[in-house]
Design a protein around this ligand. Structure first.
Ligand SMILES: [Zn+2]
Length: 471
């Protein structure tokens, strides 16, 4: 069915590669619920991702993977032969675009298990249609999965795949220790040649290594983000970094006796962040620098929530193998009992600082970071991140924009994805209810359209339930 339109184009002598749908494998087909050249979503509320008000009772026409028409249900004609979905009482929003995702999960002390195959299903089921893997301990897995997904051999979001971490000497078994700036440049060049489209600097990198890495990546039109510690946010902004992970939680700019190129310890930095005044001049000066240098900031509230006492159990734990579920539940109990935890004050402070950055005109993007002590479950946590942005002080419409258009803007793909508009790729999430007024409705995903093909979230989740941790 889907190739019919394409075959016609070929017959007419015009090859429209952009409209070519992948040839799906049978294993991918098992998760597809809507696949037709023309699909009409009728009587649906549209939350378009721009932050503008929701529009009730609309009709949206998808043709060969592209949004072909949008308008009031009373005025848009449903094309003959279209597959019609009456979405009365439901909403459609853009596919989620989040930027701190991983294809690994903490499985044992200091060990990250490679869970790419199950994670890409969970991300897609949660409404994620594009994601950046913000750091890679999988070697070639991110790249291979990206290719297989693009080819229709695996279900999953489009992946901006990050190369293995750029880090100095560390205790992480699954990271290489950079020797110097030339080494950093070589590592960037190698992985860019292998197809990586993004890079992540880590806590023990030096300024010289970061400078060389940024220079090499930028020469190739690629971006660098960082979970920093040894390098301050201000130093990284001056070097030309594109993005900073974890809001301000990883900033060591305010550590008074900070030695250049040395990480004073994550906790030392976080104590200064917890005591920071978001209206004070030191913080405002840093925000001005980041905004002036066009450095984006990635909010990863989901991972910090799992470290904060008194927070609800995170969603989606039943997908884990029992051992990993138990392991997280024990961590959760330990966190709950730790009333001295720095995160009690740091979590709300982190929210206030991120909000101030966004209000000052900075590009705030979102991600989930399925690391920490576990409990950050792909897909479920992307929805949770949107809820937490609302708790941070954004309206639901603003939170949805941060989780869709802002991510697309950072990736330079906002002309194709990130909002619902005529001519854009049909990456859409159909949810029951109205997330523009009740953000928790983003949990009620009915169908996820990626390039106009609808996936069934229930089937994707059922295929991994109770098994995540094994593959
Ligand atoms: Zn991470």
């Amino acid at each position: 069915m889907r190739t019919a339109g394409f075959a016609l184009s070929l017959a007419a002598g015009t090859v429209i590669l952009a409209a070519q749908a992948p040839q799906f494998s049978n294993s991918v087909r098992a998760f597809i619920s809507v696949d037709a050249p023309v699909v009409a979503l009728t009587h649906v509320r549209i939350v378009d991702g721009t932050g503008g008000p929701a529009r009730p009772d609309q009709t949206l026409i998808i043709r060969n993977g592209t949004i072909d028409e949008i308008g009031a249900a009373s005025s848009v004609q449903t094309p003959a032969g279209a597959t019609v979905l009456d979405l009365t009482g439901k909403s459609v929003m853009p596919g989620i675009v989040m930027l701190h995702e991983h294809l690994y999960y903490p499985t044992g002390p200091g060990v990250y298990g490679q869970l790419g195959e199950s994670f890409v299903r969970l991300y897609l089921a949660g409404g994620v249609t594009t994601m950046r893997t913000a750091g890679n301990v999988n070697g070639f897995m991110d790249l291979k999965l990206k290719k297989l997904i693009d080819e229709g051999q695996q279900p999953g979001p489009a992946i901006d795949s990050t190369a293995p971490y750029l880090n100095g000497p560390s205790t992480f078994l699954q990271m290489r220790d950079l020797k110097d700036a030339d080494d950093a440049r070589r590592q960037v060049a190698y992985w860019a040649d292998m197809g990586a489209t993004s890079f992540k600097a880590y806590m023990a990198i030096t300024r010289d290594e970061l400078r060389a890495a940024v220079d090499e990546a930028h020469k190739r039109g690629l971006k660098v983000t960082g979970h920093l510690c040894s390098v301050t946010y201000a130093e990284a902004a001056d070097i030309g970094i594109d993005d900073l992970e974890h809001g301000f939680m990883a900033a060591t700019d305010f550590v008074t006796d900070k030695q250049p190129d040395v990480c004073p310890g994550q906790g030392v930095g976080q104590r200064t962040i917890g005591a920071l005044d978001e209206n004070g001049e030191p913080f405002r000066a840093l925000v001005r620098k980041l905004v002036d240098r066009h450095v984006a900031l990635t909010s990863t509230l989901t991972v910090f929530e799992t470290l904060t006492p008194g927070r609800p159990m995170p969603p989606g734990l039943d997908v884990l193998v029992p051992e990993l579920r138990q392991q997280f539940e024990q961590n959760y109990d330990r966190t709950t009992q730790n009333q001295e935890s720095i995160f009690k004050a740091l979590f709300p402070k982190g929210m206030a600082l991120e909000r101030a950055f966004a209000r000052a005109g900075g590009l705030l993007v979102a991600g989930t970071d399925p690391t920490g002590g576990g409990g950050v479950i792909p897909g479920y946590s992307n929805q949770r991140q949107l809820e937490l942005l609302v708790e941070e002080g954004f309206t639901p419409l603003e939170a949805i924009k941060i989780g869709t258009l802002n991510g697309a803007t950072y990736l330079g793909r906002e002309a194709r994805i990130g909002t619902i508009a005529r001519g854009k790729q049909a990456d859409l999430v159909v949810v029951d209810g109205d997330p523009s007024t009740n953000i928790a409705d983003v949990r009620k995903v009915q169908t996820v359209f990626k390039q106009g093909v609808g996936y069934d979230p229930e089937k994707l989740i059922a295929s991994v339930r109770g098994k995540v941790g094994l593959w």
